[in-house]
Design a protein around this ligand. Sequence first.
Ligand SMILES: Cc1cc2nc3c(=O)[nH]c(=O)nc-3n(C[C@H](O)[C@H](O)[C@H](O)COP(=O)(O)OP(=O)(O)OC[C@H]3O[C@@H](n4cnc5c(N)ncnc54)[C@H](O)[C@@H]3O)c2cc1C
Length: 694
Amino acid sequence: MKKKTMRLVLCLVLLVAMLATGMPAAASPRAAASETLIIDGKTATVPVTAVGRASLVQVRALAAAYGVTPQWDNKEKIASFTAAGKNIQVFAGQGRVAVDGKEIKAATRILRGRVFVELVPLQELLGIAKVARTIASGTFTGEARGYGGMLRVEIKTADNKITSVRVVEHRDTPGIADPALARIPQAIVSQQSIAIDGITGATMTSKAILDAVAQAIGKARANVSEWRLRPAAAAPVAPGQPAAVRKQTDVVVIGGGGAGLAAAVSAAEAGAKVILIEKMPALGGNTIRGGGAYQAVNPELQRRQNIEDSLDLHFQHTFEGGDRQGNQALIRIMVNNALDGIRWLEGYGMKWRDTVRAITGSLWARCHSPVDPSGTGYINTLQRAAAQRGVEIMLETKAERLIVRDGRVVGVEATSKGGTVTLEARRGVVMATGGFGANKEMMARYRPAKKDLPTTNHPGATGDGIRMAEAVGARLIGMEHVQSLPFGDPRTGGLDGGAWGAPENYIMINRDGRRYVDEGARRDELVEATLKQRGQSMFVIVDSQTVQPGARFWGIAIEELVARGGVFTDMTIEGLARQIGVDPAVLRTTIETYNQAVAQKSDREFGKTMLGVQLNRPPFFASPRVVSIHHTMGGVEINERTQVIDRNGRVIPGLFAAGEVTGGIHGTNRLGGNAMTDVIVFGRIAGKSAAESR
Ligand SMILES: Cc1cc2nc3c(=O)[nH]c(=O)nc-3n(C[C@H](O)[C@H](O)[C@H](O)COP(=O)(O)OP(=O)(O)OC[C@H]3O[C@@H](n4cnc5c(N)ncnc54)[C@H](O)[C@@H]3O)c2cc1C
């Protein structure tokens, strides 16, 4: 063999050997540049080299920074190690990288006998941050679309750090957006990163803040992707030393929606010391996201609007509307105390509009509307009242199980931020955790046909209280009665994103441009009819008598809804028809026929009796809608004092329940506006009963 060839073979053998062992070459031609990185909370200086646009980090040094040595499979030329809880495999011979068995977009290279791997994808996956990030000093602004419209931020930077983040303008719903507005800016500054987890329940606001800050960072001539790298994880609670909290009180309320807050305030009014726990970062549950409509017979208001009504009629609508499945004694309590509930809230400062109206599926015009948007009026009022009455509120505290001693519920075990919270209740525990409209497993169990439907509910509506109460022997009733509504946003399932008002002033049309149902009918009838239409979806059509410029629907201005494509609008019926893809002539005939029915006060097609305005004042509006899960009528059985009933029909001492966690009031179908009445009336009773329980 020639001398030159021999030298080449020797070099190759050496290279393979080095690769296989991961050992550095004996005589490296040039040392790689190094970079200081934050890896797993520690600062590590590792060899990094730039090839073209890619930054490459040496595999052996990277593993060492995590305190491990890569295992080499010499035959296959694969280096494996665990970093940030993930298994990394570097296929040196094939130029590939896999994380937890899944190939990621990163390449490997062999340089000077060492194996290198692309840094940026690994940085993102393993949470590696560069120490030397640069950002121009000064004040920069950014904007992004939030829940209710554009959200604007201002960031201040100095010495390559973000020193402050301020949301200077937003249109998101107060109460719901608050935790994100308070925490995300703070987290960006303290973690010097925009890789911050969104706040559950305020995800759109969280995302908007992060996107707006990203834009501002870009304006500060910084590399946004570097600021997107996750910071070193916060130190976990050391094993064996969880933060443990133990408290004693008179009444513990689980759940900070309408029912829980009403119960807490009423228990405190009755002289009890109260602790309320809420698993989410903010109070409100479905209540704060709801439309806020509240059914109550109100002779004074209704007389002014020429609406005939009576407690018996409210009872009859509720009982018959639920197919006579509701508990008559509980329905009587609800309708008889409905107006008093309004007065009670007024006493704490809640403001109501001075007219009543019908809403979808309410069957009658007796719904009261708060002045404040959505359900914020209830939550703000009750939160204030709770503070006045000395109720202690513990957020991000999730009840896990009830504590039972000698057959009596005497407390709650909860978890909070990795620690345990034990609350002992001398008098009673009120379960007010809401329904299970956002729990797919429970839906699959109790109403399988609806398990794949989207939901209008907040993410915390997971039926926890039903499961906890069942575990201590509670009887569940009506669990199969799940209400859906054909008014869900096609993209999210939420009730927001569209524009409509009272059923007397809108029509529902199918994709052929035709009405197909009495819009004032029961909710279950509306759903059944919608599911028979092509595409199982519909459009709600209104005109300018319902939608005026600047009008807000679920807290979002009509102009914003149109800009997002959630609502279509046109000055002519034909133009609107073309936008939503239906035959213009058919839609015109549909609307003209409906307008005649309104004029004649007789709808011969579908028998609608709630006939309000004719749809003849442009512009016209169409909102596409689909069927969504909305309310779970089933739950824990209670008696007139809201005591929870066990499977043998006996009271479970110490346990009370109110709101959507309970079953048996609304039967098969809950009327629009009756949930808020239920929540306030029975929430108050539950608080008082628990406070008086011994
Ligand atoms: C979009 C929408 C619109 C609506 N509009 C109307 C309307 O106009 N009129 C009407 O009458 N009804 C309406 N409803 C229904 C009504 O809002 C609800 O039935 C009602 O708010 C339920 O109140 P609640 O207090 O029982 O439950 P929620 O308000 O849901 O409160 C329950 C609370 O318990 C918390 N929780 C759950 N599990 C735990 C746990 N393990 N530990 C601690 N906390 C826990 C939840 O996070 C939540 O905050 C609407 C519902 C939705 C979703």
